[in-house]
Design a protein around this ligand. Structure first.
Ligand SMILES: CC(C)(COP(=O)(O)OP(=O)(O)OC[C@H]1O[C@@H](n2cnc3c(N)ncnc32)[C@H](O)[C@@H]1OP(=O)(O)O)[C@@H](O)C(=O)NCCC(=O)NCCS
Length: 338
């Protein structure tokens, strides 16, 4: 049975059941990834940026013979933003290949269609069943990135300390746990607007204007995801010459996510990229004692960024793809398949 589900009002048992399914999926498809914890999972599933909406559904198994609540074995949500619906689907490995994934996608796609959105996008992890699944539903690949993972246990901290110091003397670096201070938001947003050398997946929109940036930092906090920023400030003008962002989610605090790294064009060639990333890792070591890994996503064409990441010790892990489909075609295809 598939039903619309609101994580805001769901029972703790249901939130726990979604977590169990998510962790079973991770164990099957991404066994090296850390399991998620229940901390702020409800907020992670409910909170959105102003102007965005997330609609969710769950699928239950039959109730257990001895009574008690029926476990949740499938989950889908769609985030409506701009003119696109971004989909995420989870089916418990014990019940795969029985048509549940297709049913969940059809349920969400019908709503996206009714709401007047034209396309659906989804992040698909390479070398998992999701590739065959979305291809079979007519989704096509728009974009591919590589996810790389840095094991902090392998880091040469002495070399890293040297890298962090090896920035041109015309700049200094500042560390901001929780996000940039409010007086820097405008300069920070300008740097993000000027260069879109984005490391992150396209489906996670970056924030280019000051209010959107404030909203995005606020949303991260509400979802239990703590942002850390290192800025390179140009001494003479006070402008933000470079920035790097890492987020530590309370749901998996041993593995952090690298978000954007940007060096503004006029300030490229002064060792800023390497230095801000090195400084970030040094700071995280004391700020987040549980942290053991950092993951990052790069376009395969972004050779400069890949080179710096390789120097830091990042190891390529998997393809991370964006697929999309026209909603009307998807609904039609799935309806005729039933
Ligand atoms: C992708 C996923 C949703 C598929 O769910 P499912 O219930 O097994 O899918 P369905 O039974 O509806 O499959 C529909 C069609 O997709 C295709 N398909 C599904 N799994 C496939 C696989 N492993 N290989 C090839 N094709 C596959 C088939 O064409 C299938 O039809 P068929 O069984 O009649 O041949 C499920 O594997 C899943 O939850 N994966 C994790 C997704 C995710 O987001 N993970 C994030 C962290 S890894």
């Amino acid at each position: 049975m598939v039903r619309e589900w609101d994580p805001r009002t769901a029972s703790s048992a249901e939130i726990g059941s979604v977590l169990d399914t998510l962790n079973a999926v991770l164990a099957a498809d991404l066994p090296q990834d850390p399991p998620w914890r229940e901390d702020s999972l409800r907020e992670y599933l409910s909170e959105v940026m102003p102007g965005e909406r997330r609609i969710s559904w769950v699928a239950h198994a039959d109730p257990p013979p001895g009574g008690g609540p029926a476990p949740i074995i499938g989950h889908v949500h769609v985030l409506l933003l701009g003119d696109i619906g971004v989909l995420e689907v989870l089916v418990h490995p014990a019940v795969r290949r029985s048509g549940l994934g297709r049913e969940l996608v059809l349920t969400a796609a019908r709503r996206v269609y009714q709401e007047g959105f034209r396309s659906i996008g989804v992040e698909v992890v390479g070398d998992t069943p999701a590739i065959g699944f979305y291809s079979s539903l007519g989704f096509t690949r728009e974009y591919v990135e590589t996810r790389s993972v840095l094991d902090l246990g392998t880091v040469d901290w002495t070399a890293l300390t040297e890298m962090a110091a090896a920035v041109d003397p015309g700049y200094h670096l500042e560390f901001y746990p929780g996000g940039p201070s409010d007086d820097l938001i405008e300069a920070y947003a300008r740097a993000k607007a000027e260069v879109r050398d984005v490391e992150d997946g396209e489906l996670r929109p970056s924030s280019y204007d000051p209010q959107r940036l404030r909203d995005s930092l606020d949303t991260l906090h509400r979802r239990g995801m703590k942002p850390y920023i290192v800025l390179a400030l140009h001494e003479r003008t006070g402008t933000v010459a470079g920035l790097t962002e890492v987020v530590v989610p309370v749901q998996h605090p041993t593995r952090a996510d690298q978000y954007d790294t940007i060096v503004v064009r006029d300030h490229q060639g002064y060792g800023i990229d390497r230095a801000i990333k090195a400084r970030m890792l040094l700071e995280l070591r004391s700020a987040e004692p549980e942290l053991t890994e950092v993951q990052t996503w790069n376009a395969q064409a972004n050779e400069a960024m890949l080179k710096v990441n390789a120097e830091l010790g990042y190891q390529p892990d998997r393809d991370w793809c964006e697929y999309s489909v026209d909603v009307a075609e998807l609904v039609h295809r799935l309806d005729t398949h039933r």
